[in-house]
Design a protein around this ligand. Structure first.
Ligand code: SF4
Length: 127
């Protein structure tokens, strides 16, 4: 297997050529430091992504008034990168979550999502 990857671990954004059959025999060329190899192993064999979404707010906490100029859903994200193969299952969970206000940016919404150790947090304070 041969792949071209760009390491996004730091602003150097090294362009790397990666050759190998599995995580143990990968050879990386073009990386400025050993973090490039770690990035290539994760990206090719256990990719992760930061997940952002929005959550339903319990309707009783939303005023009927047209004066409400804030979002009617709460923005959220995973606190750290989440296993890519589990993202569809995570989005199903996110669809079922309802939050009550007030809430602060950074508040914990759910911990240890699907046993990964990754938390879901609010990314905006409301109201
Ligand atoms: S290989 Fe090292 S220097 Fe290059 S982008 Fe990755 S972390 Fe930065």
């Amino acid at each position: 297997m041969k792949s071209d990857l760009t390491c996004v671990t730091c602003p150097f954004s090294c362009s790397m050529e990666v050759v190998g059959q599995g995580p143990e025999d990968l050879v990386v060329v073009g990386n400025r430091c050993k973090r490039g190899l770690a990035y290539a192993k994760e990206e090719l064999f256990a990719p992760k992504r930061l997940v952002t979404s929005t959550l339903r707010i319990v309707p009783e906490f939303l005023p009927d008034s047209e004066q409400w100029d804030l979002p009617r859903r709460l923005p959220c994200r995973t606190r750290s990168a989440f296993p890519r193969e589990l993202i569809p299952e995570l989005l199903e969970i996110i669809r079922t979550i309802e939050v009550v206000l007030p809430i602060k940016s950074g508040d914990l919404i759910r911990c240890d999502l699907l046993g990964t150790g990754v938390d879901l947090i609010a990314t905006r304070s409301l109201p």
